[in-house]
Design a protein around this ligand. Structure first.
Ligand code: F3S
Length: 762
């Protein structure tokens, strides 16, 4: 198949100059901003981003930063605003456009009404309008609507306006205004390269069986080329990147035309040719020339018509690639190679299609992915796929090649197929740019926006460069179409994947939350690690969620600090006692899984045991003795001494350390006796014991004493009922106290815990 490339395909002089200025500026200042997209090609904009050149629509927050005015130019008002700001302004307005600005300003000053042929929404036209006092924009020959009130008119066109349409408009406007005896001047401001491209497009479309128009669909001049080609050829395809190249377009044709707009990078033209060469062998690349001289942005605006078509020059594939490539041997270029020599140190190859003198060398380290190069596995005339890698020795003329890199990219590109379907992947990004991270996967560029790196704000993007991220492709953003306006023409770059780690982390978080709430059912017992203490409890980590164990739920006894019960970073079992999913709160209990103090006491202490303890509280009816933390026993007043004791405080003081015998342990209550450890006083038998005098037994005498004591209390407090109302004594104690009765009997209905808490609240 033969390929014919339209003349002046690829970047025009104005675009080249703007791109160069942007790159130089970014190198000098570390970053550069373009006032609006530098050119209408998303591939180029993406590439520029990797070189720290970003598009800015609003400069209010870019104080002191370098701003590039793109080749389309800006209105007078915008230029004044930019130049009076504190920014460094670099003016990359194309010389053709600048010429138009000067022209309309000059004619406006002379009172001319300006008629601009072009698209009113195109930035170049908006800029031109901003240099006129009054003007009308005419989109095409079918929509000419010019006000009649002016005497003098200047008619000119957007630099990329259709040549054919210009002539039609000119004729109609001339007729319209001259009838009314107006002064009309025409200024053909269509730029030289546009004239050349459109003329060449017609030629290419006529002579080829099919035509590829390469460029971005948002590019005005590329669209014009497409329209021109469609007038003369039925098989015209708009190619925005290599994935648009389809074998069915080119399978049965012998001559294919290629046209490219002024904003199409030459590298893309070359890649398209390369891809076709891989699909179908390209025999030759030719350029369809229409004018002999090279266009430059510096030349004055031509008012000449297009010169006659020059004869086609045939070129070899190598010459073609050299002409349309940024470099003939560009690093990263994929090529087919034929082995011409196999050595222990590597393989020498001839580069297919690049001329017989073009050879390359694949070092043994660059042969196999696993490093297992074996010369015996290769023979002369074998074909291998390779990629051009940087030269290690500048003097060596052979192109440095890597088969391994090609294989690796192939594998990664295979993996991308699954990634595009939503499969998770891992990648370490190698660059931080404004707004996110960039990484490479095969031939794809992966962009991770800053807001998609993690859940939460990323302060320093650099920290994530080189770190492995778990990523998943983000669906493309839906374009917002405003009613009555044209749908945006932006088409996402198919070789650029926008990915997110945050979506994965969020999904996992949601799954963890679900699992957590599943487990957090009241009364469930679960293990948790103590993370931190507060005065009101301990925070316990369960499945990475913090739950609170309130201090009152840590111990059956009163504690002042959670650390009395728990240790930091230690794992314990807790019981779920409260769950509030809406508020995201879970309350845990620890004490509920521990034995109550009296359960412990029951295991440890028995009736008859002698214990040591400390008097904690004293009441009229006896003293509470702390046997150990949380375990109290009661010594009734009658069990303190063998002698009559009216009030426990007569004998005991708070804080006294005493020894006592357990005489009762029932219903979680321990009753103690001090006197049980004391020798009972000797009773003189023949003495004038009142009991004997009265004929009472010993027990009758004790009961009598108790009865007297009872009576005495009754007298003192105003009788039995008054005593019950005011006394701290349990009723049973008062009524049941008798010799030989245990205190367990006495307190059988007495709630010690309730009593304690009432005491504390007093
Ligand atoms: Fe390019 Fe300037 Fe013409 S930017 S298309 S040379 S007007």
């Amino acid at each position: 198949m033969q390929i014919v490339v339209g003349e002046a395909s690829g970047f025009c002089g104005g675009v080249k100059q703007a791109v160069k200025l942007a790159k130089d500026t970014a190198k000098k200042y570390g970053i550069a901003y373009t006032y609006g997209a530098l050119i209408h090609n998303q591939l180029v904009i993406d590439q520029l981003e990797t070189e720290n050149i970003f598009v800015a629509e609003d400069i209010t927050e870019l104080h002191g930063k370098p701003i590039i005015i793109r080749s389309h130019g800006v209105s007078k008002a915008v230029e004044t605003k930019l130049k009076s700001s504190d920014n460094i302004i670099i003016d990359a307005t194309c010389a053709y456009v600048k010429n138009i600005h000067n022209k309309v300003a000059e004619y406006s000053a002379k009172g001319y009404h300006i008629v601009v042929l072009g698209k009113a929404t195109h930035p170049e036209v908006q800029g031109i309008v901003g240099w006129c006092n009054h003007c009308t924009v005419v989109p095409n020959s079918k929509a000419i609507n010019i006000p009649n009130q002016y005497e003098k008119y200047l008619v000119l066109a957007q630099t990329t306006f259709s040549v054919v349409e210009y002539e039609l408009c000119k004729e109609k406007i001339e007729n319209l205004l001259k009838i009314n005896a107006k002064t009309v001047e025409f200024f053909n401001s269509i730029c030289y390269t546009t004239l050349c491209r459109q003329s060449s497009a017609e030629k290419v479309a006529k002579e080829c069986q099919a035509v590829y128009v390469i460029g971005d669909k948002s590019s005005s001049n590329t669209n014009k080329l497409f329209q021109v080609a469609c007038q003369f050829n039925k098989s015209v395809y708009f190619i925005t990147d290599v994935t648009d190249v389809k074998s069915e377009h080119i399978n049965n044709i012998t001559k294919l035309g290629i046209l490219a707009g002024a904003s199409t990078p030459e590298g893309l033209i070359m890649e398209v040719i390369n891809i076709m060469d891989q699909e179908i062998k390209v025999d030759a690349v030719a350029e369809a020339t229409v004018i002999p001289t090279e266009a430059t942005a510096e030349v004055a605006v031509s008012t000449e018509t297009v010169k006659p078509v020059k004869t086609e020059e045939s070129m070899s594939m190598a010459e073609g690639l050299k002409k349309y490539g940024v470099k003939s041997y560009r690093e990263g270029m994929k090529l087919k190679a034929t082995i011409i020599k196999v050595e222990q140190t590597g393989v020498s190859v001839a580069l297919d299609g690049l001329g017989k003198n073009d050879s390359g060398f694949i070092d043994k380290e660059e042969m196999e992915l696993d490093g297992s190069y074996n010369p015996d596995n290769y023979k002369i005339n074998d074909q291998v796929d390779v990629i051009i890698i940087p030269k290690t020795d500048a003097k060596n003329k052979a192109v440095n090649l890597s088969k391994k890199a090609f294989d690796s990219i192939k594998i990664e590109d295979e993996a991308v197929k699954k990634i595009l379907q939503g499969e998770e992947f891992t990648l370490a990004c190698n660059q931080a740019i404004k707004g996110g991270l960039l990484g490479k996967l095969g031939t794809y560029t992966i962009f991770v926006p800053a807001g998609q790196i993690k859940i939460g704000y990323v302060k320093n993007l650099e920290e994530y460069v080189g770190k492995k991220l778990r990523l998943r492709i983000l669906p493309p953003k839906e374009e917002v179409v405003v009613e009555g306006q044209e749908a945006p023409k932006h088409r996402p770059n198919p070789k650029r994947i926008v990915a997110s780690q945050k979506v994965i982390l969020e999904e996992e978080k949601t799954a963890r939350e679900e699992a957590f709430w599943e487990v957090m059912q009241i009364n469930n017992i679960i293990k948790g690690k103590v993370k931190r203490f507060t005065p009101f409890g301990a925070f316990v980590s369960i499945m990475n969620f913090d739950c609170l164990a309130h201090i009152s739920d840590l111990s059956w006894t009163k504690i002042a600090d959670p650390s009395e019960v728990l240790e930091l970073n230690k794992t314990y079992e807790f019981v779920v006692i409260k769950v509030d999913r809406e508020a995201g709160k879970v309350s845990l209990g620890y004490k509920q899984l521990q034995k109550r103090p009296y359960e412990l006491a029951a295991e440890k202490y028995h009736v008859g045991d002698i214990i040591k303890g400390k008097v904690e509280r004293i009441k009229d009816f006896g003293a509470f003795v702390e046997i150990e933390k949380g375990i109290d026993g009661l010594v009734h007043v009658s069990e303190i001494t063998h002698s009559w004791t009216k009030n426990a405080s007569e004998v005991l003081n708070v804080g006294d350390e005493i020894e006592a015998k357990i005489i009762g342990f029932e219903n979680n209550k321990i009753t103690l006796s001090i006197k049980a450890l004391q020798e009972a006083p000797v009773v003189e038998e023949v003495k004038e014991s009142s009991s004997e005098k009265s004929g009472m037994s010993k027990s009758e005498s004790f009961a009598n004493r108790a009865s007297r004591a009872d009576a005495s209390r009754g007298d003192r407090k105003g009788g039995k009922s008054a005593r019950r109302e005011n006394s701290d004594e349990p009723r049973e104690w008062v009524t049941s106290a008798s010799s030989g009765a245990t205190f367990a009997d006495i307190f059988k209905d007495f709630d010690m815990d309730k009593f304690d808490s009432e005491e504390e609240s007093k």
